[in-house]
Design a protein around this ligand. Sequence first.
Ligand code: NAG
Ligand code: NAG
Ligand code: NAG
Ligand code: NAG
Ligand code: NAG
Ligand code: NAG
Length: 244
Amino acid sequence: MTLREAPMACSSGVVMSALFWSVAIVYLTNIGRVSGDCWLIEGEKGFVWLAICSQNQPPYEAIPQHINSTIVDLRLNENKIKSIHYSALSRFANLTYLNLTKNEISYIEDGAFSAQFNLQVLQMGFNKLRNLTEGVLRGLGKLQYLYLQANLIETVTPNAFWECPNIENIDLSMNRIQQLDGSTFTSLTKLTTCELYTNPFNCSCELLGFVKWLSVFPNRTNERMVCDSPPGSSLRRMRTCMIF
Ligand SMILES: *[C@@H]1O[C@H](CO)[C@@H](O)[C@H](O)[C@H]1NC(C)=O
Ligand SMILES: *[C@@H]1O[C@H](CO)[C@@H](O)[C@H](O)[C@H]1NC(C)=O
Ligand SMILES: *[C@@H]1O[C@H](CO)[C@@H](O)[C@H](O)[C@H]1NC(C)=O
Ligand SMILES: *[C@@H]1O[C@H](CO)[C@@H](O)[C@H](O)[C@H]1NC(C)=O
Ligand SMILES: *[C@@H]1O[C@H](CO)[C@@H](O)[C@H](O)[C@H]1NC(C)=O
Ligand SMILES: *[C@@H]1O[C@H](CO)[C@@H](O)[C@H](O)[C@H]1NC(C)=O
């Protein structure tokens, strides 16, 4: 799983570390530890643009409220955040990168991210989400990378991505998805990677619409997609569905 994450971590890591060092070298003296234990790093114009609140001790159980609203990059990975509410995030209008990997998020209020119209990378792998709806992703018009691997997602509603036309990369691997509607990803014209491995797909003929989409998707991801049910089924054998 970490291997699959690597390509993204690398490409955005390079960009971010380049940015980080160009700013950090000049403003090294501004780095300081502020109450609440996040590292707040200032950029050129004296704005705080990066907040590192990863692995806080004690872990954050909600989005901390003392962080400057100017941040572009917020790292809250490896805490114990349980839910995401609009009121906790709406101040961060310039947020572009948000890392919420390895928390305990099981609830996201409808429209929780709708003030993050600049968000490009949302990392929420290794949480406890059960379903992905239009409400979760509402207003994320610039989103390009969505990481939701290793959650408990059973339901992805067909309209989940309607407000995110710029998505290029989706990771839904290691969830509990049995069914997907054929129209789920069809509006995403920029999609290049869609990871769905290690989901217990139910390859009844109801999955046919999705399988048809997958068969014409340029970056085929079904190599590692397997059918858990019905017994003996496979994506390949689903061709027989087309006879009826
Ligand atoms: C950032 O927020 C902290 C406390 O929340 C404040 O002390 C500091 O002045 C702010 N920095 C800037 C550059 O606004
Ligand atoms: C967002 O960034 C712009 C320009 O960098 C700045 O003028 C504005 O105040 C920022 N907004 C917030 C909420 O920090
Ligand atoms: C996001 O958090 C994960 C898990 O802690 C970490 O492995 C990854 O490097 C982080 N990525 C960024 C860009 O902060
Ligand atoms: C999402 O999951 C929760 C908890 O399992 C459930 O109560 C809710 O009805 C689900 N919503 C949708 C739209 O599937
Ligand atoms: C397939 O995915 C790779 C890597 O994610 C990407 O570079 C390439 O452009 C994609 N191909 C198409 C046809 O989308
Ligand atoms: C798979 O889907 C079919 C058709 O919707 C349904 O009858 C069957 O119960 C499902 N199997 C499992 C294991 O969920």
